[in-house]
Design a protein around this ligand. Sequence first.
Ligand SMILES: CC(C)(COP(=O)(O)OP(=O)(O)OC[C@H]1O[C@@H](n2cnc3c(N)ncnc32)[C@H](O)[C@@H]1OP(=O)(O)O)[C@@H](O)C(=O)NCCC(=O)NCCS
Length: 434
Amino acid sequence: MASIDTLTLPLDQTSADQLAASGLEYARVDADGDSYRPFQRAVVRGFLAGEPTDDESENARLTLRTRRLTAVYDRGGVEPEVPVGTVDSWATELTTSPGRQTGMWAISAVAVAPTHRRRGIARAMLGGELRTAADAGFALAGLTVTEATIYGRWGFSPATWASDVEIDTGRARWTGPVGPGRLDFVPRDAIAGRIAAVHERVRRQRPGAVPGWDGRWRGVAGTAPGDKEGDKVRAVAYRDTAGVERGIVVYTIADRNDFTTHELDVRALFADSSEAYASLWRFVLEHDLVAKVTARLQDPVPPVQWMVADRRAVTATLTDHQWLRVLDVPGALASRSYSAPLSVVIRVTDPLGFADGAWNVRIDDEGEAVVEPVSAADTVDVEMTVNALGSLLLGGVRVTELATAGLASGQPRVLSAIDRTFAPVMTPLLDIWY
Ligand SMILES: CC(C)(COP(=O)(O)OP(=O)(O)OC[C@H]1O[C@@H](n2cnc3c(N)ncnc32)[C@H](O)[C@@H]1OP(=O)(O)O)[C@@H](O)C(=O)NCCC(=O)NCCS
């Protein structure tokens, strides 16, 4: 599924018609054509960054060449070649259970010019993305969000959460395991490739994870054009006693007038073993002349809290991170393995229609799902919105909690059974932005 070439899929006619009715043009953008640079300028402006330099634009092109770029144009404008709406999307893999992946339609760069906001441009673009993804057979769409208020209306809902972590190193004091392997600096020009290699192993085991890409890793490594901190980026890798690289931490250290209170910011810490995770955290927490360590996109309850003498030296601020949208209920539910058998009829309400219906969900003794539609007359055990189903899918939240919030309903006994079945083997986590 993830190998589908989304660039060959046709433009959604419903969206094209909706936009044409407002005098707007919906079009695909060729990353190697003349329309690329204005497209990229519009994206950057939408996300409130400065005008991209030639180098930045060319660097972004390396990534966007692999993406399906779609734009909305107001040809009557002063700069008719600059889109008033942008979106990019691509087929990726979502890890649903350790070692198990499914195809997902990833969406990014959703931006509407502030001169054209609240006229339904995002609505047309998002509708086009969802219809194109569903028609191509994707059971799920996913995105990360700037604001929590935007995407619920299109059936997206948080499915993985992540913590921003701040650690007072003076209070923390390492009490965790001490890895038997070794730490070495990674040469600057090798950092991006080495992050990619570790992350590729990590993401296959972690529910909620998706693959990174070269441009993402160049950005983390500080080697992408326009990174003002780029020359401060350092990386240290952990190798186990067999000499195999097991993890990497990429960081910068900010200047401070008081030389003993520097702040170390972790740009990435990926480890595919517990000893590598502990060794890399110990390295940053015991770094000389550093008083504070910060890191983003860590586990909701970061394991490092258990590895220091004073857990309150670790402040973890939780936020929703990855939002999922179920497009095909049988496909989405069959994409993961489960922790206990189950037999229930779930009624899913989806105002956009994709997932709407009643579904007989059976999970066998091996934890595999078979999901079939049932007629409206059949007895329904549980009702939930498509948003709630997206949140529940990876087991990052309990259905009993969603029921408390009024997003699902059913007998307590049935809801508890669903929670036992959906309990994840590992807490879902998306450890990058996309
Ligand atoms: C968010 C954004 C794409 C919305 O585009 P838009 O074309 O103005 O949105 P639409 O006119 O299609 O709005 C559709 C609906 O979403 C609502 N909506 C749009 N933006 C919203 C926001 N930021 N917060 C809450 N609701 C929002 C509209 O009110 C409308 O609601 P309705 O269904 O009740 O009528 C645009 O404001 C933008 O580009 N923002 C900056 C970049 C950004 O944050 N992008 C999102 C990346 S994850």
